[in-house]
Design a protein around this ligand. Structure first.
Ligand code: HEC
Length: 293
């Protein structure tokens, strides 16, 4: 059995692959899945480590495993008979259980894999969804969703696109996900980036930039923030707020600004959670700046 049997792995074109095509890859298939489904706080993360198990690294996971024998491995027995994950968390799917079983029976090795045929250009929603299911869903599922972020339906994934992007690519203004110090592979980040920005109509950059040192502080805006920018010469500008979907929400400021540094206060009380852009327009030039709220 192999969920990913059609992909090929290896970083030298396939002549000596890091792992066999039909093998389970620990870093891609097992670690993120166990992290997402078992290493939430109060369970098997580094702080709670129930039963002494920390399921956020190879060293921690292999302590609950007898390499070569899934039948006598504690971790596999717990998930196979649905003892774990405990309610309210969702049990693993049959396919996920089989992955764990296969990985243990293949020797429970610390395999990593490079995807040589990473396609982050022709991205489909189903690829994005499989990344979210494997890396995020366990902690963000229905009633037990952390931070109220729920990925249990396609619509909810679509609606959280902007926040998925900034958390998954570890943008400096967002909380890094998938939590516990883990990171998506660069291929997965590329896929998420393509999917999320392909439809991000708010992020437009056109013409020669007219403002410098363009920033917003703080850049996770709670209530109020200050937009800063610099102008080399006197200039007519319009500053507007746009939603992630490219719809204009309102004009923030406009008029003639002198050369030098400027600060424009901005309030976000009325905005719902999400990503937004502040767009500065001067003649044919448009520069936008993203922030999350
Ligand atoms: C092991 C559990 C766990 C996994 C796996 C996980 N998250 Fe989270 N996530 C959390 C927790 C806990 C928080 C709340 C963090 C906080 O408030 O400090 C959170 C918060 C978030 C938020 C809200 C951030 C904000 O600024 O409020 C987003 C969006 C998010 N996660 C997306 C993801 C995505 C995308 C993935 C997969 C790539 C993922 N998470 C995987 C536990 C997890």
């Amino acid at each position: 059995m192999c969920l990913f049997g059609l992909q090929s792995f290896g970083n030298d074109g396939g002549t000596s692959p890091t792992i066999q095509v039909d093998s389970v890859c620990f870093s891609r298939d097992i670690l993120p899945m166990l992290n997402s489904n078992c290493a939430m706080s109060n369970c098997h993360d580094a702080i709670s480590h129930k039963e002494g198990l920390i399921l956020t690294s190879y060293a921690g996971i292999v302590k609950g495993v007898k390499p070569g024998s899934s039948a006598t491995s504690g971790i596999y027995k717990q998930i196979a008979n649905n003892k774990m994950p405990e309610a309210p968390y969702t049990k693993l799917t049959a396919a996920q259980k089989t992955l764990v079983q296969t990985w243990i029976d293949q020797g429970a090795k610390n395999t990593t894999c490079e995807v040589t045929n990473c396609d982050s250009v022709n991205v489909t929603f189903s690829t994005v969804k499989s990344i979210i299911v494997n890396n995020c869903l366990g902690c963000h599922n229905g009633a037990s969703a952390f931070a109220g972020i729920d990925f249990s339906t396609d619509q909810m994934i679509e609606d959280t696109k902007d926040l998925i992007l900034c958390t998954a690519i570890h943008a400096s203004y967002c909380k890094p996900m998938p939590f516990n110090g883990l990171s998506l592979t660069s291929c997965e980040k590329g896929i998420i980036n393509r999917w999320a920005t392909a439809t991000s109509a708010g992020n437009i950059q056109l013409g020669e930039p007219v403002v410098q040192s363009y920033s917003i502080a703080p850049n996770i805006v709670k209530d109020a923030a200050v937009i800063q920018f610099q102008l080399e010469k006197r200039q007519m500008i319009t500053m507007s707020l746009y939603g992630y979907d490219g719809r204009k929400i309102r004009t923030i400021s406009g008029g003639e600004y002198s050369a030098g540094q400027h600060e424009v206060p901005f309030s976000a009380y009325d905005l719902s959670r999400g990503a937004y852009f502040v767009r500065i327009q001067a003649g044919n030039s448009i520069q936008s700046l993203m922030f999350t709220h």
